[in-house]
Design a protein around this ligand. Sequence first.
Ligand code: PLP
Length: 398
Amino acid sequence: IVELSKRVQAIKPSPTLAVTARAARLKAEGKDIIGLGAGEPDFDTPQHIKDAAIAAINKGFTKYTAVGGTPGLKNAIIAKFKRDNNFDYSAKQILVSCGGKQSFFNLTLSVINPGDEVIIPAPYWVSYPDIVLIAEGKPVIVEAGIEQGFKITAAQLEKAITPKTRMFVINSPSNPSGGVYTFDELKALGEVLLKYPNILIATDDMYEHILLSGGKFVNILNACPALHDRTIVLNGVSKAYAMTGWRIGYCGGPAHIITAMENIQSQSTSNPASISQAAAEVALNGDQSCIVPMVEAFKERNQFITGALNAIPGVVCLLSEGAFYAFADVREAISGLHAKGVINDSTDIAFSEYLLEHSGVAVVPGSAFGSEGYIRLSFATHMTNLENALRRIAKALG
Ligand code: PLP
């Protein structure tokens, strides 16, 4: 048997995709399962976006495009950055990739050498540390629990910085915590970073439009424009326009980094699907009101699920400020079940397995996101599902 590379031995498959697959398998076996594991909107892609893709196919727009994206889509992205974020980018500072995941992958492979450190606040999106490991870098995890709203402080950031630090990753609104950094919090982090000119900043704004408690979206560059020359702004159409399957992510940043990322992409996937690019162009240029009903639904579900979770003894959950996940502190509930001998060990994995078996509800253990003692419940599913799921969880823990 062939020995695999050290690179691949260092990583694990995406735990969120694994939970989704396990729930689907149990369902296929005829079990009554409610999946709250998935990280994608339950809504359909808006019709005008689908129509653009169909028109692209019928026009024969079905060939290779420029590796880094069509001029039309790049222009739409430039306009979007100006309109929503007040950022000025030219076409050579923009790269379109096959999903936000590939954007981060290209970036990491372009700037990380073996042993370089990447500071990642936890709870984090599952792919950041593993992608850093693929690049043979070292993830440096900075923990922020529920007591601090799942947001790291400037002091924590500064403490984590070493001469080997090469990049800092920030994701607000956060998957999984739902936390959103304020302007002042971003400014405080930015002021630390200003002191260390060798550190790049990757800001993952994937959930920019899914703000659940009002207010306007802010990014670390709005709070600290002086970081512009070493910040890469990552975004995509997956979550905002319910387009997860179309695989379009994009980013803006310094031209030499964007060129390096494009070179990596040119030797891996080449361009993202031409048809998806045509659709994404219309998503960004078209009427943005299609986002509103989705966000309204997420707000209603957020209120419901947070209330229902907090009503369960041993469970504490903050109202999410963005994205579409509830990240509940279940440490007390875990201890309770463990003390009663209902679960064998006091981990969130055992707890999540208990929930799957005894309530038929699939959730993702917090340890998958670097935060032991929590579970993530996606509310990107309709209210009836959520009501049933929460009733069953309450019963299983009652
Ligand atoms: N960034 C965050 C924080 C995410 O949650 C996700 C998807 O789950 C992505 C990036 C990647 O999205 P895409 O589906 O466009 O690759």
